[in-house]
Design a protein around this ligand. Structure first.
Ligand code: NAP
Length: 296
């Protein structure tokens, strides 16, 4: 038996990797949205969304996209959220839910919260799923399957609205958990934002080396460096906004990492084999436990 759609009209503002994956998953699932409307910044992306056939309608103006929608999801880089929220606020339907997929949560609540009109329910969310690819072609319907989606509703958010967003992600295959926004930002700083910062930095460091060495780096890139370049291929605008909008937690985790890297450097300098082996062993254990819980 097919489920009745959760939302009559779902509007997505931004249709890159995450937005287009929601569009595809919603289509594949049937039980998510009766009608799907997409807005993006460029005419090129809107034309591509039409070609791909992943929305019922595209709108160049975000205000037009949200009209009559009972759920609106911000799927653009987090630095654009304040301007988008300002543009759509007067046009949102009474009783509608406003959600997002941004990788930082305190900044989204800070930027969007004050602009949410009375009668609209604000339920921030963050799917912990992604790849290094971006744009409307990069998405796929199964991206969220078996992945966590974290909800960070501000105190006093309508329970029914939170339940609808929980259902949305569950119908797209995710496991859902509710988390306090500051805790979310610290956890994501260490498991996602810092690894990206390290990947971008190490690629830059390698690129800064003299021509001869650089050629060798690229020619003989072993798996370690290759893995960093995969992460470093991610979208620059999206990651710029993540770093700038999770500044404190990211700097805190970077400071802790720098201390630990210094301790490793000391062990290497003084030939402390036991310390080095212990740290490598810990890394291996962590990898194995991720494989066991299907999150590798
Ligand atoms: P993406 O592939 O680069 O797509 C970004 C989309 O946002 C594009 O459709 C772009 O439109 C649109 N956009 C940019 N500025 C806009 C504006 N001012 N108004 C309307 N649309 C605008 O990025 P993504 O990876 O899908 O990331 C989207 C959001 O998901 C970000 O907030 C990110 O933090 C979050 N997120 C990302 C991942 C990941 O691994 N990538 C995982 C979880 C959450 P044009 O194509 O027309 O420029």
């Amino acid at each position: 038996m097919t489920q009745a759609p959760l939302f009559r009209r779902l509007a997505l503002l931004g249709c890159g990797l995450i937005g287009s994956s929601i569009a595809r998953a919603a289509r594949a699932q049937g039980g998510v949205a009766g009608e799907l409307v997409v807005n993006a910044r460029s005419a090129k992306t809107l034309a591509r969304v039409v070609e791909l056939g992943i929305a019922d309608r595209v709108e160049a103006d975000p205000a037009a996209a949200v009209q009559g929608a009972d759920c609106v999801i911000l799927c653009a880089p987090v630095g654009t959220y304040a301007a988008l929220a300002e543009a759509i606020a007067p046009h949102m339907a009474d009783g509608a839910i406003l959600s997002d997929v941004g990788s930082t949560k305190q900044s989204v609540i800070r930027d969007v919260g004050p602009l949410v009109p009375a009668g609209v329910h604000f339920v921030p969310a963050h799917p912990l799923a992604g790849t290094e690819y971006s744009g409307p072609d990069a998405g796929f319907a199964t991206l969220f399957e078996g992945r966590w989606c974290l909800l960070t509703p501000p105190a006093g958010t309508d329970d029914d609205a939170v339940e609808h967003i929980r259902q949305l992600w569950q119908r797209m295959g995710s496991m859902v958990s509710v988390m306090e926004p500051a805790h979310h930002d610290r956890v994501l700083a260490i498991v996602s934002h810092l690894p990206h910062l390290i990947a971008f930095t190490i690629c830059g460091t390698a690129d800064d080396l003299a021509d001869e060495t650089r050629q060798q780096v690229l020619q003989f890139a072993a798996s370690g460096f290759r893995d960093f370049t995969r992460i470093a291929a991610s979208d620059p605008e999206m990651w710029r906004d993540v770093f700038l909008n999770n500044r404190e937690a990211l700097l805190e985790m970077l400071a802790r990492f720098t201390e630990d890297a210094q301790a490793m450097a000391r062990a290497v300098r003084w030939g402390d084999a036991a310390y080095i082996e212990d740290k490598i062993g810990r890394g291996r254990k962590i990898r194995r436990s991720l494989i066991e819980i299907n999150q590798a």
